[in-house]
Design a binder for this molecule. Structure first.
Ligand code: HEC
Length: 141
């Protein structure tokens, strides 16, 4: 093997190790599994009609990343039932913008959120109603 090739192979191996270390840094005994919920969410006894519609849309479009009940999903996306997303910090406009334009990663390390197609403004308003009702019973006002 010539020297250049050798260095190339070595670099590839090192990159592989670095990738492995950074990607598995959270694992080990006791670490939450990929796909697990990130926060405990209490559900309202009853959702308003609007929020029930929103829940369906949320489950169809957002839950892949934000988890069931918006409790977050390890390795995929953050919980929206979280103080960061209280109405005074992320108002309803932030939800519309997120869906329309996507979100650049800034609070978490999941990467960017892509824009979500195929939802009307009314769909997003129902989703917001759902998230806010669940937030409220979890003390996020
Ligand atoms: C492909 C994964 C993915 C999907 C699908 C997704 N999101 Fe996100 N979303 C993210 C990630 C990741 C972040 C966090 C970005 C950060 O701050 O680091 C985020 C952030 C957000 C934020 C915060 C925006 C801000 O201003 O900080 C809102 C609101 C949001 N998502 C709503 C939604 C809604 C509503 C849906 C469904 C219509 C949805 N997301 C679908 C991955 C996703």
């Amino acid at each position: 093997m010539n020297k250049t090739l050798m260095i190339g192979v070595l670099a590839a191996v090192l990159a592989g190790v670095a990738y492995y270390v950074t990607q598995t840094g959270e694992s080990g005994p006791g670490a939450p599994a990929q796909g697990a919920a990130m926060v405990e969410v209490t559900l309202p006894e009853e959702l308003s009609q609007r929020a029930q519609v929103g829940e369906k849309a949320f489950n169809a479009v957002c839950a892949d990343c934000h988890g069931q009940n918006a409790a977050g999903k390890m390795g995929n996306g953050p919980p929206l039932i979280h103080k960061i997303y209280e109405p005074s910090h992320h108002g309803d406009m932030a939800f519309h913008m997120a869906v329309q334009n996507g979100v650049r990663a800034h609070h978490w390390r999941f990467g960017n959120m892509p824009a979500q197609e195929g939802l009307t403004r009314a769909d997003v308003e129902s989703i917001i109603a759902y998230v806010r009702e669940v937030q409220r019973v979890n003390g996020i006002n």
